[in-house]
Design a protein around this ligand. Structure first.
Ligand SMILES: [Zn+2]
Length: 134
């Protein structure tokens, strides 16, 4: 039986998202916000999509949210992700329009709207935000 290879890790040095990964390394979940108009900018960009300001900052959020949607994957497409596994889409408590993804092994019994909490898993030196039922 073949051994499962390690899961791939994200690029943590991209200028638009490096702050997200640096915060995750401290086990903090953040969103990018505009210092001028306080809008959240998701996906992260170098300037505000509402007012055009380049004065952006990472804002810490609670790590609480609600399951927006999920899907169970039964067809394996990458050897590092044995099936079945579940991809979750979580809507943040403070910014419901911001949705982060997560990966859960297996096929847990989930219902849209259920409360979710972030946790951080270490993967090859990278702290990766992930989600579980509250
Ligand atoms: Zn703005």
């Amino acid at each position: 039986m073949a051994q499962t290879p390690p899961r791939p890790t994200p690029c943590t040095t991209d200028p638009d998202t490096a702050g997200f990964w640096a915060a995750a390394q401290q086990e903090q979940l953040v969103v990018l916000t505009c210092r001028q108009c306080r809008s959240v900018v998701h996906l992260p960009r170098p300037r505000c999509t509402q007012c055009g300001s380049e004065e952006m900052e990472w804002t810490v959020v609670s790590g609480r949210g609600h399951l927006y949607s999920h899907t169970v994957v039964y067809h394996q497409i990458h050897p590092a992700f044995p099936v079945p596994y579940t991809v979750v889409l979580v809507s943040l408590e403070e910014y419901p329009e911001v949705r982060y993804t997560g990966y859960l092994p297996g096929a847990p019994d989930l219902v849209a709207g259920v409360a979710m909490n972030v946790f951080f898993e270490s993967l090859d030196g990278v702290s990766l935000p992930n989600w579980r039922s509250a």
